[in-house]
Write a protein that binds this ligand. Structure first.
Ligand code: MN
Length: 129
């Protein structure tokens, strides 16, 4: 039967739609509180170009501590909430929805939620070419 063969074939390939999975990180990179990670792609599906593609949620008062990206970079795309992005030179910049926070390869950054709602963002770690 066509229908049966179709189902059989579907089982051979990886699912193309999957549910998000929340991972809790405590005091991430020396930051405060818990941070929730929702990985969009595992590293093995990033074709060798990067190591992280995720939605990240920082509850009020939490932060990701300052850390350096050796050999890679990580733009943050802020979806909602308000916070402070600490740039490579240490400057502290208020950020909110629609802001894109970038650093050059080899530089450092940090982010903290200084608002009263969740701070939510997409992060992408790309390897230096
Ligand atoms: Mn980072």
């Amino acid at each position: 039967m066509f229908h049966g063969r179709f189902l059989e074939k579907r089982r051979e390939v990886k699912a193309v739609v999957r549910k998000e999975n929340r991972i809790v990180r405590h005091e991430m990179r020396g930051g405060k509180g818990d941070v929730y990670m929702y990985h969009i792609l595992p590293q093995e599906e990033m074709m060798g170009h990067g190591r992280l593609f995720a939605r990240i949620v920082l509850p009020a008062g939490s932060s990701i501590g300052r850390h350096t990206h050796e050999g890679d970079t990580e733009p943050y795309y802020i979806l909602r909430g308000n916070g402070i992005f600490t740039d490579a030179d240490g400057s502290r910049v208020p950020v909110g929805p629609g802001d894109i926070c970038t650093i050059a390869c080899g530089e450092s950054h940090a982010i903290e939620n200084t608002g009263e709602e969740d701070l939510e963002m997409i992060a992408l770690v790309l390897f230096e070419a």
